[in-house]
Design a protein around this ligand. Sequence first.
Ligand code: SF4
Length: 182
Amino acid sequence: MSERLREVVERLGLLLRAEERRAAAELGIQPVQLQVLVYLDRCNRFSDHPAAVAEYLGATKGTISQSIQRLQEKGLIEANRDEVDRRRIHLTLTTAGKALVKSAATVDRLGRALAGLGRRGNAKAILESLVDAVQSAQEQPAFGTCESCCYLDRKGRRPTCTLFDETLNKSDLGRICREHDR
Ligand code: SF4
């Protein structure tokens, strides 16, 4: 049973990578550059720095640094210093970068198939548990969303992150966060 599950997960990983390579080629960028853009489109403001991108993608800092530089040169992302902590960098998609990610979504056949699967709560919970287990085994940051995070406080008028002591808006809740903890 576990052997078959392993095959299914590995096959899914291979299909996803192949789909990603195809989408990146159609858009005229490298697959890793597309991965960076998609991550930045989905992460929150606490997780949009180069180190978090490298950790999430499991890539070296050097590879991600080069990809970020290329994407900046292409005008697809921009880097801004944090207004409070000037040592921190926030990477954000430009209008062109957002348009490119949207184009990638329209050619993402596997993504649409997974979206259908995601509506089945049970499948989503099982896959999330699997990702949690692998991340934990690899001693990786948890990378999840506020909805399942122990730092989310819904007692006030607006949801709050007790780790960063900041209020969250509705769109924050579904964004990927490096500091997520169940
Ligand atoms: S509640 Fe958790 S997931 Fe949400 S911003 Fe705070 S640490 Fe990140």
